[in-house]
Design a binder for this molecule. Structure first.
Ligand SMILES: Cc1ncc(COP(=O)(O)O)c(C=O)c1O
Length: 377
């Protein structure tokens, strides 16, 4: 396994790069790195897509207004308040170009593009460090005080946050938006909101549509289990959403994305069931990991669990060991701002994969790592 792959960027190597690097190892990779819904689309949906693949690949997709209108119908939102993109990262890039003028406040750790994109275009990024001592919980009032003290003009908040899965109740986010109505922009990244279990209607998307300066962002790769298709959207008042829609390139959405969007309505029940299965797996996986004395598991409302390793266990060595010996791929967090190699992020997966993960960690802590000396306490 070529571990140089991990040094290339702040993000993990793709599944394809890893699979190529591993050659034919005999068993498929158990991917605990990329936070993807394993229960959706269903095998029947994949069969349907496969059946139509030649048409999907040969023909141009419809324009994005047509696809966006269909998504708006599913989400029960006014289409004028939506803009769809080729992955939500595309929207982060364009938001930075259009609306981040001088400074942006971002709690860290979080998804790396929220800090890296504005830094790459010369903006000031006011990083608000979440504290391990408070289990990375975001204190809204303290964050607002920080934004005021730094005079940040844009504020970002991911709910639930990546990599810790911390979730703030809807009424707290509404208060946050109200307090910051004078900023150039407030961005609420709800890419993991469908996995929230503790509140029935956690999204503030409709609240964004009636505010002058709020954008809600959503990646669709995670919850629909389709990162490869690259689709996401934003919700905002019609002026902001319209501006973004006019800025994005024509035909920025591909025919696979279109096919999936047009399949969603009739598969709503399977989608809802997939989220219930993930909530069940999150609980069971959390319990299984918490039984390992070398791990501290943080509570999460996302489809991943942040885990702290005991002193003496290094995340990089553990990642490389699990990958090469057990074909288990985990996200070591040393290259995330505000984290260290003592932390790993583990995507919620079905029980049989968790058994493989736990066996691999046992193997590592019992000295299976070819004599690497560790002082597990
Ligand atoms: C919080 C958050 N927002 C946005 C994204 C970007 O997702 P994509 O570009 O695949 O839609 C990610 C990816 O991990 C994320 O964690």
């Amino acid at each position: 396994m070529d571990t140089e792959l991990f040094q290339r960027s702040a993000h993990s190597p793709s599944y394809f790069e890893l699979a190529r690097g591993m050659g034919d190892s005999g068993r498929p990779l158990a991917d605990f790195c990329i936070p993807c819904n394993p229960y959706f689309p269903t095998p029947e949906m994949f069969n349907e897509l496969a059946k139509n693949l030649d048409m999907i690949l040969k023909f141009y997709p419809s324009d994005s207004a047509t696809i966006t209108a269909r998504l708006a119908r599913i989400l029960r939102l006014n289409p004028a308040t939506l803009a769809m993109s080729n992955g939500s990262t595309e929207l982060i890039t364009w938001m930075d170009h259009l609306w981040f003028r001088e400074s942006v406040a971002v709690p860290i750790p979080t998804f790396g593009r929220w800090t890296d994109q504005p830094l790459e275009t010369g903006k000031r990024v006011d990083m608000y460090p979440l504290q391990e001592t408070s289990e990375f919980e975001l204190d809204i009032d303290a964050y607002i005080r920080f934004i005021r003290a730094r005079k940040s003009r844009v504020a970002v908040l991911c709910n639930p946050n990546n990599p810790d899965g911390g979730y703030l109740p809807r009424h707290e986010i509404v208060r946050f938006m109200d307090e910051l109505a004078d900023l150039d922009l407030v961005v609420i990244d709800e890419s993991f909101i469908d996995f929230v279990e503790v509140e029935r209607h956690p999204s503030v998307a409709t609240d964004a549509t009636i505010r002058p300066n709020v954008v809600v962002l959503k990646s669709l790769g995670k919850n629909f289990g389709l990162h490869g298709i690259r689709f996401g959207y934003l919700v905002a008042n019609p002026a902001l959403a319209g501006k973004m829609g006019r800025t994005l390139p024509k035909w920025n959405l591909n025919s696979l994305a279109e096919s999936v969007v047009f399949m969603l309505e009739e598969h709503a029940a399977e989608y809802a069931e997939s989220l219930e299965l993930i909530a069940r797996d999150r609980y069971n996986m959390g319990m299984a990991l918490a039984r390992l004395p070398e791990l501290t598991v943080y509570s999460s409302q996302g489809n991943f669990l942040l885990v702290k390793l005991a002193p003496g266990i290094d995340g990089i060595a553990l990642r490389d060991f699990l990958l090469s010996r057990h074909q288990v791929f985990i996200r070591e967090c040393g290259n995330k701002l505000g984290m260290s190699s003592q932390f790993v992020r583990l995507v919620v997966r079905p029980e049989q994969d968790v058994v493989r993960l736990v066996d691999g960690i046992h193997d590592y802590t019992r000295g299976g790592s070819l004599g690497i000396v560790r002082s597990v306490s």
